[in-house]
Design a protein around this ligand. Sequence first.
Ligand code: G16
Ligand code: MG
Length: 218
Amino acid sequence: NKRGFIFDLDGVIVDTARYHYLAWKRLADSLGISFGETENEQLKGVSRVRSLEKILDWGNVELSKDRFNELLDIKNKDYLAYIERMDQDEILPDVLRVLSFLKQNEQPIALGSASKNARTILKEVDLLDVFDVVIDGTNVSKAKPDPEVFLKAAEGLGQVPENCIVFEDSVAGIRAANAGSMLSIGIGDASVLNEASYVFKDFTEIPTEFFSKLISER
Ligand code: G16
Ligand code: MG
């Protein structure tokens, strides 16, 4: 019995959110725009371009196209400097237990991320080979909550969307999974991710039986 297991990257597999935060904060500071954890929360799962648009909106700052692109580049270089220092220790708790259980049970596994740096990050933490399919910010034209990223992942796995299960930490990602007719599993705060079919604080809270049940259900 095979299902399609699709994982978001940032906030689900690794906690790169804090590196995005540090890089965006430095950029916002340089523009005199106030930027804290509350603002950062609204950038989760949101593309790089859309994130900068939001920050500029908050500060009522307007820029030329060239300057906008220059800032995108600065933020990404800053972010990548953090990523280069990552290692396996930064994989979130019990992610390896879950992935190896799914592997043992011959389940198809995909990554569905908004990040254009997804492959670089997976290489850094030595997880690239675990994923049968990687769909990221370089493969999609429509950002979450559009289901495109997950539909492409399902297609790559050779599974119909209804047979797929998505793990997500962002509201936009849960909406994308639901819009794609997939089972959505929120990783994080249940009051924030209340549109998900199930919510767990993190993978340590998901018993192995939960996965065996999902596998035997279809
Ligand atoms: C991640 C993050 C977002 C980030 C986006 C684009 O998405 O959650 O905060 O803005 O990727 O990242 P990049 O600048 O590397 O292309 P996900 O879908 O993995 O949670
Ligand atoms: Mg995420």
